[in-house]
Design a protein around this ligand. Structure first.
Ligand SMILES: Nc1ncnc2c1ncn2[C@@H]1O[C@H](COP(=O)(O)OP(=O)(O)OP(=O)(O)O)[C@@H](O)[C@H]1O
Ligand SMILES: [Mg+2]
Length: 341
């Protein structure tokens, strides 16, 4: 649905060059919620602004819904007709809502429809439908100043949906909100994704946001995508920084002569009661030191840190048992070396 190839963006100001994007190949599938996470300055906003051509990339291509936007003429406010039409099918939600304070909630939602040339009756019908969709039917005549942050963001989302976009881009839509409001906005984005089949590309610096709503995620560092995949694929990648950050586990061995292993659950293996099977098969007591599990699509995914009695050499068979069941097992610590010191 969204593909970028070799996307670069170099800002030039006062003789200085900043490379914000350095060859980004992004692929967002139709109907998924895709999260891009990264530290401040990693290039996340630059990426999202290049995807809808608010910012003209220095090189590379952007294709949205089969149309190569980078091939269309014009930039910024001087975008050509085709580019403006393409852009109207991409909704954008902003961190600070960007509502017009002098206009009512309804008039804010109608604004993009005015620009698209819809008639007055059509605009108000559509705006009221959208406000109903985001749970704000009763606030149509209020002004932005009379709303809470979460309500303002709902207006922002309704406005983004006015042009009936297939794609919604969100730049830190929840980072100005408290945790509970954040959850309700994320839930709304998920609902819209499911009900309207909307593809959502969101950027964030909060791992929780990715964990709550995203099907896929990418990690950005210094203008590059360093990891990317579905949550399940990331979990299946040994050493994945994103998987470790999404499902952090900790916990130390309780005594010497113990083996601590991290077991990653993803895919079909995740539904089997492997830990109890392991315990029964080898008649061993297993302690759970830590776990970060979540249910994604009805399946448990995540990581668990468990402790097995005995040193690593004594646990080769139980570890093999887990691996045979399709689980990824990494030995976090074994007290064998310490014992040898
Ligand atoms: N208009 C601009 N002119 C010059 N440099 C810019 C411009 N916009 C962004 N940059 C630079 O590009 C780099 C990436 O910025 P960007 O805003 O994309 O990062 P970000 O990941 O969104 O960060 P944050 O999490 O703080 O929003 C930074 O070094 C920034 O200073
Ligand atoms: Mg940003």
């Amino acid at each position: 649905m969204i593909t970028t190839t070799g996307l670069t963006k170099v800002y030039r100001s006062r003789g200085r060059e900043t490379t914000a994007l350095d060859g980004v190949d992004l692929h967002v599938r139709q109907g998924e919620v895709f999260g891009v996470i990264g530290q401040s300055g990693a290039g996340k906003s630059s990426l999202i602004r290049c995807v809808n051509l608010l910012e003209r990339p220095t090189s590379g291509t952007v294709t949205v819904d089969g149309q190569e936007l980078t091939a269309l003429a014009g930039r910024g406010a001087r975008a050509g007709k085709e580019l403006r039409a393409a852009r109207s099918r991409i909704g954008m939600v902003f961190q600070h809502f960007n509502l017009l304070s002098s206009r009512t909630v309804q008039d804010n939602v109608e604004l993009p429809l005015e620009i698209l040339g819809h008639s007055g009756a059509d605009r108000s019908r559509r705006a009221l439908e959208l406000l109903d969709l985001v749970g704000l039917a009763d606030k149509a005549k209020s002004y932005p100043g009379q709303l809470s942050g979460g309500q303002k963001q709902r207006v922002g989302i309704a406005r983004a949906l006015a042009g009936e976009p297939k794609v919604l881009l969100s730049d830190e839509a929840t980072s100005a909100l408290d945790p509970e409001t954040t959850r309700s906005i994320l839930q709304l984005l998920r609902d819209l994704n499911e009900r309207l089949g909307l593809t959502v590309l969101l950027i964030t610096h909060e791992m929780d946001v990715v964990k709550t709503v995203c099907d896929s995620a990418a990690l950005m560092e210094r203008g590059r995508i360093v990891e990317s995949g579905t949550v399940s694929e990331l979990l299946a990648t040994p050493g994945s920084e994103l998987a470790a950050a999404l499902f952090p586990v900790s916990g130390d061995a309780s005594a010497s002569d113990r083996t601590v292993v991290d077991v990653t659950f993803h895919g079909d293996a995740a539904t089997q009661p492997v830990i109890s099977q392991l315990s029964r098969t080898y008649n061993i007591d297993i302690s759970i030191l830590g776990a970060a599990m979540d249910t994604v699509g009805g399946k448990q995914v995540g990581r668990m840190r468990i402790e097995l009695p005995g040193r690593f050499e004594e646990n080769v068979v139980p570890i093999g048992f887990l691996r045979e069941r399709g689980l990824q097992v990494e030995v976090a610590a074994t007290t064998a070396e310490e014992g040898a010191k």
